[in-house]
Design a protein around this ligand. Structure first.
Ligand code: MN
Length: 490
């Protein structure tokens, strides 16, 4: 048996469900035949690519059908197979997945004209939203293409890298697949902004030579502190992904100042239970003084809308610097690295796409992720105007997000620049309409005040029924708010 195939099968052995090995071998043979004589730009046999894609999918715990679709994903586009062949040899399910991936691959997001770009983007979202497994195969495909991007002409490298940062990274993020997002973005960063990348690599290296040793010492200190009570706890030091560091350095309050970054290295403590997380937090704060104002964020009690859960705190390490500590359970850890792929209950989601009925069956965390996909699909049906759709997509779904809280602790996920009015409409249309004032963290503010991460927002309601103010349209940023305000003004 081929070593390639052997490695793939080995990767499938660690997935939680048994896979159909015979079917995987059959699709490997099919793909190999379809791609006979074809080479990658790297000079490798073409079959190395679908195998790498399928191996990524296996490592993300995908089911047999998705792994098979990974092996076959280029057989229509490059291998001369037809959807009918795939139905005959495999199944409707496999054929429709491969067909979906082929359609998405044919869409180039950097169209010459904006209208072309939008139309392609619209189709892409529609195909992806109809079956989440298409997104998974596409993410794995993009992943391996980025890993071999150096062999492509510079212009193409740049286009693919930018497209990854603008579309695929945010999609992985919204699906809660933190690990995939981080890796895709770091691979793309190098080709999208080569000079900035090199500069940041050398800056980081300098910093790490000092901080790296300190953090190993700090890890030992923490181990000594918690092991007597929690012998099963795990501690590791994680390094922030480069692209995410790059984004953070660009924030106005940081303005490129490396010394203001406190989470380049973070100590991650993985516990067996939620109670354990809070107990360890107590131990840590008792021994290491928390840094005033930088504060602690309890995303266990209030998860981020993409499902992320963890307690973050910043403490003085005792070695003369500030360290971020992240505390979470093992399950939360897996969820944050692999997101939707961590609990891929395929029988529940099926290839029927994301129906309301399906959503009801899923837990809160997964539901949130799927709702986002469903929202994209429904917008695309609602909107006839291309530029309106692109705006909504760019500013609502894929731009950077902030998380704010209602007075009762519900978390709302809003785009950067959102105001109390955007929040009100995100909660409920009527709440938006009746707004006359707002409080942020207990302080009265104007309705156009920009919200910040972690703000608690309270809307002051009019006593009588009112209409929204047309002036709000000047400052709201979410599509939901704009649409509701315009509608009720007609
Ligand atoms: Mn491919």
């Amino acid at each position: 048996m081929d070593t390639l195939l052997q490695n793939l099968l080995k990767a499938t052995h660690s997935t939680p469900r048994p896979v159909d090995e015979e079917l995987i071998i059959k699709s490997y043979e099919f793909a190999k035949l379809a791609h006979t004589g074809q080479k990658r730009k790297s000079g490798d046999e073409f079959i190395t690519h679908p195998v790498a894609v399928a191996t990524h999918l296996a490592s993300w715990n995908m089911d047999t059908t998705t792994i098979v679709a990974g092996l076959l994903h280029d057989t229509i586009e490059d291998g001369g197979a037809t959807p009918a062949d795939l139905v005959k040899e495999f199944s409707e399910d496999v054929a429709s997945l491969v067909d979906g991936v082929t359609k998405v691959s044919g869409l180039h997001l950097k169209g010459q004209l904006e209208s072309e770009f939008v139309e392609n983007l619209r189709k892409m979202i529609l195909v992806m939203a109809s079956d989440l497994r298409v997104i998974m195969v596409k993410l794995a495909d993009r992943y391996h293409n980025l890993q071999t991007l150096e062999f492509l002409p510079v212009e193409k490298q740049h286009r693919i890298a930018i497209e990854t940062l603008e579309i695929y990274g945010p999609i992985a993020e919204r699906l809660g697949m933190g690990l995939v997002k981080g890796e895709l973005e770091d691979l793309a960063f190098k080709f999208a902004y080569p000079e900035d990348y090199q500069k940041l690599v050398s800056q980081t290296k300098k910093f790490l030579t000092i901080a790296g040793k300190n953090s190993e010492d700090f890890k030992k200190d923490i181990l000594t502190l918690i092991m007597p009570q929690f012998p099963d706890a795990q501690i590791n030091i994680r390094q922030k992904h480069l692209y995410s560091l790059y984004r953070k350095l660009q924030r106005p309050e940081i303005n490129g100042d490396f010394s203001k970054i406190h989470d380049l290295l973070a100590a991650r403590i993985i516990m067996n239970s939620v109670e354990g997380c809070y107990q360890v937090l107590g131990l840590v704060h008792h021994q290491f003084r928390p840094v005033p104002h930088l504060g602690i964020s309890d995303f266990i009690a209030s998860p981020k809308p993409n499902g992320y859960q963890s307690i973050h705190t910043k403490v003085f390490s005792g070695l003369g610097h500030i360290v971020e500590i992240q505390i979470r359970t093992r399950q939360m850890h897996e969820q944050s690295e692999m997101g939707i792929a961590a609990h891929w209950h395929y029988s529940q989601i099926k290839s029927s796409g994301v129906s309301n009925e399906t959503l009801d069956k899923l837990s809160f965390v997964q539901k949130n992720k799927l709702q986002w996909v469903q929202q994209l699909a429904s917008w695309q049906k609602e909107m006839t105007d291309n530029s309106e759709y692109l705006q909504a997509l760019k500013f609502d779904a894929l731009s950077h997000r902030i998380f704010v809280l209602s007075p009762t602790g519900d978390v709302y996920d809003l785009p950067d620049g959102a105001t109390p009015i955007d929040y009100a409409y995100a909660v409920h249309t009527e709440l938006g309409h009746q707004s006359v004032g707002a409080k942020i963290n207990g302080e009265l503010v104007s309705l156009d005040q920009k919200l910040k991460n972690g703000d608690i927002v309270e809307i002051i309601l009019s006593k009588k029924k009112t209409k929204p103010n047309a002036k709000w349209l000047d400052f709201v940023v979410t599509h939901t708010a704009k649409k509701s305000i315009s509608k009720s003004l007609i």
